[in-house]
Design a protein around this ligand. Sequence first.
Ligand code: A3D
Length: 312
Amino acid sequence: MAKRNKIAIIGAGNIGGELAMLVARRELGDAVLLDIPEKEGVAKGKALDIMQTGALDGFDSKVSGTADYKDIAGSDVVIVTAGVPRKPGMSRDDLLSINLKIIRSVAAGIKEHAPHAFVVVISNPLDAMVYEMKKVTGFPKERVVGMAGVLDSARFQCFIAEAAGASVKEVRTLVLGGHGDTMVPVLSACTINGIPVTQLVAKDKLDAIIDRTRNGGGEIVKLMGTSAYTAPAAGAIAMAESYLKDQKRLLACATYLDGEYGYKDLYMGVPVIVGGKGVEKVVQIALSAEEKAMLDKSAEAVRGLINDSAKL
Ligand code: A3D
């Protein structure tokens, strides 16, 4: 008998709710929203709300809410959003000590109850959280990734489309490195339907766009008083879908590096192929000396966070 995919979402907050909605709307499988016991009602309520949307939108995915890890058993994918988001004036790194404790307990639950899942981490500070997830679960590197580069690339894509007056569908961008102020937008890999973006958008405009992309998350936090949640959810769904459907999309994901790009024992955003085996390949592209220097700086920042985590 054909089996539906099961997607567990840990953290039924803003991103968690969006994720469950996307899983259901796209009929990627059935979704389980898990939160802490004090928020079990929110998880169950959001699940019911989405199920009832199915009657209007015409989808059959089942969505349920829980605070019990037993309910994530057999999940094909687990997406982790548990943790606190930024408030205005906070950096992602300010969240380290609080979210580290949360990730450790979540990772233990996933290890015990969904040992074969492909795990996508969204909680911040992203690169340190996904590193901890791999450490605690002991899952192979192919099955533990972080979502950030997909979102940062989407922001870059959106701003370029606006500046060029072109459809966002024609724009391709790549943002590598850690998810923070040191992220590296790779201009040499940015095109509008194959035409280098540098031929179509003036340099001063591109410089301003790169700056805006680096601060893309902060811009939204300042406006809304909390983190973005729609595009971050869509980013994680793109990764999960590529895994579930073996699409082999080339996406910028926070991936465990074991010598690639010259970095070892580190999670950082690089281009990878995501297919049915998880991260099937780390794609190594030629970077300019300037881009490599920026990536080194980003790796150093991530390394600092990972070292801080080890002390907590
Ligand atoms: P929010 O709406 O507060 O939801 C987080 C949920 O996690 C809440 O419902 C909490 O109750 C729940 N939670 C806390 N501890 C646990 C636990 N131990 N087990 C299960 N659930 C728990 O936040 P959000 O959804 O807006 O953001 C979630 C995380 O994603 C934050 O850390 C954000 O900083 C991060 N984020 C990352 C990106 C990236 O691009 C990497 C973008 C936006 C937000």
